[in-house]
Design a protein around this ligand. Sequence first.
Ligand SMILES: C[S@@+](CC[C@H](N)C(=O)[O-])C[C@H]1O[C@@H](n2cnc3c(N)ncnc32)[C@H](O)[C@@H]1O
Length: 235
Amino acid sequence: VSVAIVGAGPGDPKLVTVRALELIRECEVLVYDRLVAQELVAEAAHAACISRDGMTQDEINELLVRYGRRGRRVVRLKGGDPFVFGRGAEEIEALVAAGIAYEVVPGLSTFTALPGLAGIPLTHREIAGRVTVVTGTNADGSDLDWEHLGATPGTLVVFMGLARLEEIADNLMLAGRRADEGAAVVSRLSWPDAEVRTATLETIGAAARGMRGPAVVVVGDVALHANRLFSLAAA
Ligand SMILES: C[S@@+](CC[C@H](N)C(=O)[O-])C[C@H]1O[C@@H](n2cnc3c(N)ncnc32)[C@H](O)[C@@H]1O
């Protein structure tokens, strides 16, 4: 196998998998995302390390295919899990079209790290039996289906939504979600400067002012119960 599509986890380099680290240490070419920890990039001691910053998706695909064709051991290191808003599938499609063998190593997504690290359970038998995950920024520029999101019970997790948080909260309330429903913004999860702020849907925009990305927005009463549940779990 020449090219490995590898998840790096949410930020803390210790949250990478054993297989990911093995591949990073052995690779000859490392193509990495901006959000990947520098400590992980440094593990690729014998590799040409290429930041994908400023490259289009087509350029990244071409790079993987070019080195893959030469039989180089390539690691494409991506933030979180490669397939949660990560375009991993597009990279694999390019490799398959070029006939290049690949391996996939799943990563810990922000989505799955969130409950344990931010203390917000995504499901809870008495509070939420369903989770909906969306991006606040659709690739085609279209807006979210507010009516549908307003009518869907349970927890809503919004990736890439911090910059338009107030607009998101307003639209959800207009679509029928309660103003006093719990909400949280989780920023820089697993990084040393991680921050969690909880409020209600009505007040989350003001409460989260000044927070830095990357961040996810959680809407649902699980956010209101977070601290209680977390401290119970930790006790
Ligand atoms: C392009 S998506 C990549 C998601 C990634 N594939 C995953 O599984 O977590 C980037 C978005 O993920 C979220 N994100 C990534 N890392 C994060 C972190 N450490 N803390 C909070 N949100 C994060 C933010 O919403 C950010 O805008």
